[in-house]
Design a binder for this molecule. Structure first.
Ligand code: NAD
Length: 364
């Protein structure tokens, strides 16, 4: 298997966490006889400083010439006074739209060992395993017209979807449901919004192509409550851009730390993989960052861009085993009555790498 991976580590803790993810992917390649080639380009604040723009043309070209892009995070306090289109975060939006991925996959799962970090009771979250599929290129964030008219003192945005935009993301969600528990929850606000009525009608149309998948519809306000009361009842959750943005952040409390969560954006020219967290300037450069979200994003590269499902599952198992053995990064050890060993970013990466090596050797 040959795979060209572009690493855009970005700012803050981005380089620290992507280093650990890349080291594990290299190990998987070496042990499995695969050829993974890695190149690096700038994005975000580091690119503003070096190239005068958050997303240099050279980074876009390299991204389009690769099989997968692994992104760290962008952003830094020193750029906060820049206008929105000049800030590091603009680089993120630009690379997402250059690559064209419309289906943003964000898993939210509970680790038994980390239950103490969640504000939800262990018996509520135990066994929860949700895969959000959020539409990423449409809806309120992109709809025209949009304006803040300072003279008339009014502002407006437009939530707009075409049937085709809903069909393509719904198909991704149904296909993923087939590989999981064959249950899909579509979230909308069809009791109030026409755009949600189109969404619901279209999801029902696509559902006819997947008769083996059970479908239910939930209103977004009710769903925000169900996710906290009974997260175990959901498997694949399909929703539009704004609702997905909010519900996925809400659901990160199931896992207990932002540092654990990976994401993948599929459906465009090249898939984009990134941990959910930001650049965490408060802990950057101190070896405190949790690399597991970036490492699990590496597993998603193997699953969705390389077809290496067994190897992806081995990385996920390795993360679970390391947590079972009691190893933690600082963010996972805030409540640490058992006195778990607290590892640096590098040491946590090394522990997972070692476990991946053992599991790969045992799987032969
Ligand atoms: P953040 O995710 O960077 O940090 C929020 C809190 O979580 C901080 O206390 C941080 O220390 C902690 N945290 C985050 N990731 C962690 C990890 N891997 N290990 C341990 N602790 C971790 O969000 P923020 O503070 O709101 O934003 C900081 C910067 O990141 C801003 O410039 C923001 O715009 C940017 N940002 C970027 C992305 C991205 O690149 N995808 C996403 C969100 C925020």
């Amino acid at each position: 298997m040959k795979l060209k991976i572009l690493v855009t580590a970005g700012d803050g803790i981005g380089p620290e966490v992507t280093n650990e993810s890349v080291a594990i992917l290299r190990e998987v390649a070496a042990l499995g006889g695969h050829t993974f080639t890695f190149s690096e380009r700038r994005i975000g604040g580091v690119a503003i400083v070096a190239d005068g723009t958050p997303l240099p043309a050279d980074t876009i070209a390299a991204a389009l010439d690769s099989d997968a892009v692994l992104l760290g995070a962008v952003g830094g306090n020193e750029f906060n006074s820049l206008p929105p289109d000049k800030r590091p975060e603009a680089g993120l939006l630009q690379i997402r739209s250059a690559l064209g991925g419309f289906a943003n996959l964000r898993p939210a799962f509970a680790f038994k060992e980390l239950a103490v970090n969640s504000p939800l009771r262990p018996e509520v979250i135990d066994g929860a395993d949700i895969l959000f599929v959020r539409e990423l290129l449409g809806g309120l964030y992109f709809g025209q017209p949009r304006e803040w008219n300072r003279e008339t003192k009014e502002a407006w945005n437009t939530m707009r979807y075409t049937r085709d935009e809903v069909v393509r993301v719904a198909r991704v969600a149904f296909q993923l449901s087939r590989k999981r528990r064959k249950k899909l929850t579509s979230v909308d606000k069809a009791n109030v919004l026409e755009v949600s009525q189109l969404w619901r009608a279209t999801v029902n149309e696509v559902a006819a192509e997947f008769p083996d998948v059970a479908v239910e519809h939930q209103y977004v306000d009710a769903m925000s409550m169900h996710l906290m009361n009974r997260p175990r009842d959901f498997d694949v959750v399909l929703t539009e851009n704004l609702f997905g943005d909010i519900l996925t952040d809400e659901s990160s409390v199931i896992t207990g730390s932002l540092g654990m969560l990976p994401s993948a954006t599929l459906g465009g020219k090249v898939n984009l993989y990134e941990p959910v967290h930001g650049s965490a300037p408060d802990i950057a450069g101190k070896g405190l960052a949790n690399p597991l979200g970036a490492i699990l994003s590496g597993a998603l590269i193997l699953r969705h861009s390389a077809g290496l499902e067994a190897e992806a599952a081995i990385i996920e198992t390795a993360v679970r085993k390391v947590l079972e053995q009691g190893f933690r990064t600082a963010d996972l050890a805030r409540a640490n009555p058992q006195g778990f060993p607290v590892l640096s970013t590098k040491d946590m990466g090394a522990k997972v790498r070692e476990t991946v090596k053992q599991l790969l050797a045992a799987s032969r």
